[in-house]
Design a protein around this ligand. Sequence first.
Ligand code: NAD
Ligand code: LMR
Length: 343
Amino acid sequence: TSADTLLPPVTVTVTGAAGQIGYASLFRIANGDMLGKNQPVRLRLLEIPQARQAAEGTAMELADGAFPLLESVDVFDDAAQAFDGTGFGLLIGSKPRQKGMERGDLLEANAGIFSVQGAALNEAAADDVRIVVVGNPANTNALIASSHAPDIPSERFTAMTRLDHNRALAQIAHATGSPVGDVERMTIWGNHSATQVPDLDQVTIAGRPVRDVLSERGLGEEWVRTSFIPTVAQRGAEIIAVRGGSSVASAAHAALDHVHDWVLGTPDGDWTSMAVVSDGSYGVDEGLISSFPVTCRSGEYEINHGVDLSEDARRRLESSVSELREERDTIRAKGLLGPKAGH
Ligand code: NAD
Ligand code: LMR
């Protein structure tokens, strides 16, 4: 890319910058993998004071990468400074779960982080800021952050279910012996938790209905219910069991995919999954942050309203929504929800 085609630089703030997912994300953001090869970036790294020095080390390595698109790297242990003028907030910093825990068990441990960061974003971020929460429990952490940012539209706070989406694409490609790039129109509904609803009803493979391709392989409803859905929904726990720690590079990759598609668009005829504030559609309470099929164009996403939910998917989605409601009620009871109306 020649310099005269470069766009004006944007500011990207990454929290938990000295953590594992932070480390796996930053070099790829600097390389243009998230926002494109014509988009210079200014990185702002946020860490807690104890990890600030490690983040300074990462900043040194970023400099050593000599990335042509990397305009600057600054390190902070104060959220308002880290979010000053930021156009993109990747909210990764928080405790990961260990073996035997559910993601919801992190609610109390991590809620405080997201109320402080929501308020700091409200004070300091750019008007058009786009936020993706990766730290678990991601949907409710995004709700907490949004509730503390009354001046930022709720639509700008999203949470990551793209890893679940990508896991589902991979399972379908593997089961059908198809290239993963041929698998389209996958949806993850609900919470980024064991109650999530991986829904392949609309999936096409190279344009053909997935059920046709599955049945040629002798796979039917039994496979969907007893293999596909539980494998995708439990994949995070499986990675923890096998790897000895929660997923890192696949999570970083999914975070980049999430922001990439939000800004640069989903392919024609396809969509992706993002946890976004509900407009009340599909029976999801308005104001909850829940995963939906979304189409992205010109830097904006839209919930896809034309998807037919099967009876089974609708029932599963209802229990995922109950869980989201319970998570919200728990933090509300603890006084952790902020002043924004509508949640
Ligand atoms: P990690 O422990 O390696 O890194 C977390 C970092 O966050 C640490 O360096 C810590 O110092 C920092 N941190 C803590 N509080 C902070 C604060 N207030 N401000 C800034 N930084 C802070 O963990 P990780 O493996 O990078 O995972 C991070 C989070 O991402 C976890 O909650 C994990 O469960 C979650 N995760 C989500 C998904 C998803 O699909 N949504 C996927 C994988 C992991
Ligand atoms: C994942 O899905 O891998 C992450 O949310 C980490 C976890 O705790 O499962």
